[in-house]
Design a protein around this ligand. Structure first.
Ligand SMILES: Nc1ncnc2c1ncn2[C@@H]1O[C@H](COP(=O)(O)OP(=O)(O)O)[C@@H](O)[C@H]1O
Ligand SMILES: [Mg+2]
Length: 387
């Protein structure tokens, strides 16, 4: 009996719940054949005891059929995700993540992704375990900004491993699609995608997951808030009135979704000249603070227009990491520190719950129903219930 025969025999062992075998999945690691004795290590993605027991049994059966007298199988499993979240009640489909930060804006192009990237890296540089989820399914820019455009994630079973850059775990629809490909999304598909990003990505035990949202206040925001308890919301705006109007909508959404608001970031606020480093007002500045006040929150950062920010975004070399002594990097670090103080405060005061925003209608009844669950065999009360 040789190693090749053993591996061939193991191809008959399918991974529980799948049609693929453990060799094709790449789970079989070390195989040592010593006469009629076989020692092997199998590294699987499930933490379930039943899966381990079933595999152990099937592997032994297959190798005994081949003529092995003694088979020792060492099955390695990931630890069960430990419940770390700050939620006290409600729903959390990614319990190994302690805090979730929703970065939102009223409109696109205001610097939401730039802010998400630099805040995430600043938090990681400050010693936190950080993930960055690009939930902007229509315009996934995070891979480029994090220098990950050419990388594709590794699949483990039916889960996906996040990519890693600048000390931050990263996942984006852009990393799962071909470059330049567009997707046309219906509301229900967006909701599913958001759920999968939280449930089917193998995020580590993180202190915080920073989530770059699509612009506006839609299905993605609602689904995220219903799926996990969001610890803090940040609104990114530019100084012009048209942007501030949209930011009010974003701040109002945090209230409606019971998301504690960490504050507002005024981006493209003034201009720092690359040669003389003086700051001038070319686009308006200082207009977001009164809006923050209207919503009982603070301005946690004012980021100037600086060519190095755009270049950093385009080349995948974020300014916080690559120009740490720049004024902009300092301001992102300050904003990240303020965000962390806010997160600590929310948790000290008992954490967050998304209980009150869970759908309340029974299965099969739409939200516009004025009745409780339809009575069986009563056709007139089935369906929406509005008419
Ligand atoms: N403060 C800034 N100074 C210079 N360029 C910026 C600044 N903020 C963002 N940009 C650039 O503006 C563009 C839009 O920013 P982005 O973060 O993609 O916005 P959003 O995610 O809100 O659509 C990007 O090319 C980015 O590099
Ligand atoms: Mg963006």
């Amino acid at each position: 009996m040789n190693k090749e025969q053993v591996i061939n025999a193991l191809k008959n062992v399918t991974y529980p719940g799948f049609t693929k075998d453990i060799v094709s999945f790449g789970f079989v690691k070390d195989v040592v054949v010593d006469g009629e004795n076989v020692f092997l290590t199998v590294d699987i993605t499930s933490s379930a005891q039943e899966v381990k027991e079933q595999l152990d049994k099937e592997i032994k059966t297959q190798l005994e059929l081949l003529g092995a007298k003694r088979v020792e199988v060492n099955i390695l499993q990931p630890k069960m995700p430990r419940e770390m979240s700050n939620s006290t009640s409600g729903k959390n489909i990614a319990p190994q993540v302690k805090n979730f930060v929703m970065v939102s804006s009223g409109k696109g192009g205001v610097g939401k992704s730039t802010t998400s990237v630099n805040l995430a890296i600043a938090l990681a540089m400050q010693g936190k375990k950080v993930g960055l989820l690009d939930a902007d399914i229509y315009g996934p820019n995070i891979p480029r900004m994090m220098g990950l455009s050419d990388q594709r994630p590794e699949i483990q079973g039916n889960k996906v491993l996040p990519l890693k850059a600048y000390g931050v775990e990263v996942m984006s629809m852009g990393s799962l699609m071909e470059p330049g490909q567009s997707l046309i999304w219906r509301g229900a598909m967006i909701m599913k995608a958001i759920e999968q990003f939280l449930r089917d990505i193998l995020w580590s035990e993180l202190d915080v997951l920073v989530i770059d949202m699509p612009p506006g206040t839609g299905d993605a925001q609602l689904t995220l808030a219903q799926s996990v308890p969001v610890t803090a919301g940040i609104t990114v705006t530019t100084p012009q009135e048209v942007s501030l109007d949209d930011s009010r909508r974003s701040l109002d959404m945090f209230r409606k979704l019971h998301i504690p608001t960490a504050g507002v970031i005024e981006n493209m606020s003034g201009f720092i000249c690359p040669s003389c480093e003086t700051e001038s007002d070319i686009f308006g500045m200082g207009t977001a603070a009164p809006v923050a006040l209207e919503y009982d929150t603070d301005l946690i950062g004012r980021i100037p227009i600086e060519p190095a920010i755009r270049i950093g975004g385009d080349t995948g070399m974020p300014i916080v990491y690559h120009k740490p002594s720049s004024e902009t990097a300092k301001r992102f670090h300050e904003a990240a520190s303020k965000l962390w103080v806010f997160i600590d405060k929310v948790n000290e005061e008992g954490g967050v719950s998304n209980q009150e925003i869970q759908p309340t209608t029974p299965p099969g009844v739409s939200a516009c129903s004025t009745q409780s669950a339809p009575a069986p065999n009563n056709e007139s009360s089935s369906g929406c219930g509005c008419h």
